[in-house]
Design a protein around this ligand. Structure first.
Ligand code: NAP
Length: 218
């Protein structure tokens, strides 16, 4: 495994916190970013306490993004664009893994695609010097925080840059998930909209982590 420095912006939340634990447990250097540095430090301490080994650090988001080679965005849709734009300088030349699902409560089990179709494509359009990769939208946070739990959900990885796509497929594997090369960034619209279907299935079947598995490949 190539050890990487990863900043998870919004890692104080369930989705980013779960990914942080999995990557730190795998041996990566993980820092979580928050709007509030004290909140980041407290959340990082709590996440570190759940690790068998290693440390997760907490910093203000801009410092976290500057410190890392790969940045992961796990904030609500309402905050996605402003957060990404606020980090524009720190993101230059890096990979940004965008986990955002374009949903605004309360009707989250109905697809709510933005006018641009994909909210991740919209971020890439404003960050031309960053390689934006879409991934993890279909992975429920429910079991992410326990790295020993196998999650039955594939990760659709979309990006216009093939090498960046490959990097994130590897990151998915290191989080214990199967990353699938799902093509160019515009294909992210499928992953982004599929999440509402999974939320619908969760409600209907009274489960917390419905997922998707791609068949027909090894
Ligand atoms: N939860 C899931 O199961 C799941 C599954 C797949 C994808 N996702 C996607 O992953 C992203 C994160 O999900 P989540 O459930 O972890 O979200 P969350 O807990 O609601 O928010 C994550 C973090 O985002 C920051 N944040 C919240 N409101 C903000 C605002 N107005 N401006 C800037 N930052 C704000 C907060 O960090 P600070 O206060 O520390 O700055 C918060 O801890 C979302 O886009 C979601 O659609 C979630």
């Amino acid at each position: 495994m190539v050890k990487r420095s990863i900043a998870v912006i919004g890692g104080t939340g369930a989705e980013g916190g779960g990914l942080s634990i999995r990557w730190a447990q795998a041996g990566h250097d993980v820092v979580i970013g928050s709007r509030d540095a004290d909140k980041a430090r407290a959340a990082a301490e709590a996440l570190t306490a759940r690790l068998k080994s290693g440390v997760i650090r907490g910093l203000a988001s801009a410092d976290a993004a500057r410190a890392a080679e790969i940045v992961v965005l796990t904030v609500p849709y309402a905050a996605q664009m402003a957060t990404a734009q606020g980090l524009k300088d720190a993101l230059r030349g890096k990979i940004l893994v965008d986990v955002t699902v374009p949903l605004t409560p309360p009707n989250v089990s109905r697809v709510q695609l933005p006018a641009t179709d994909s909210c991740v494509v919209a971020v890439q359009a404003t960050l031309p010097e960053t390689r934006v990769v879409s991934a993890f939208q279909n992975v429920s946070a429910h079991k992410l925080g326990d790295p020993d739990t196998k999650i039955a959900c594939d990760v659709l990885v979309c990006a216009d840059d093939k090498a960046a796509r490959q990097n994130v497929i590897e990151l998915a594997a290191e989080a214990g998930l199967r990353g699938i090369d799902a093509g160019p960034l515009i294909n992210s619209v499928v992953a982004e909209s599929l999440t509402s279907v999974l939320i619908w299935i969760n409600k209907t079947y009274k489960v917390r982590d419905a997922g998707i598995v791609i068949t027909g490949i090894a």
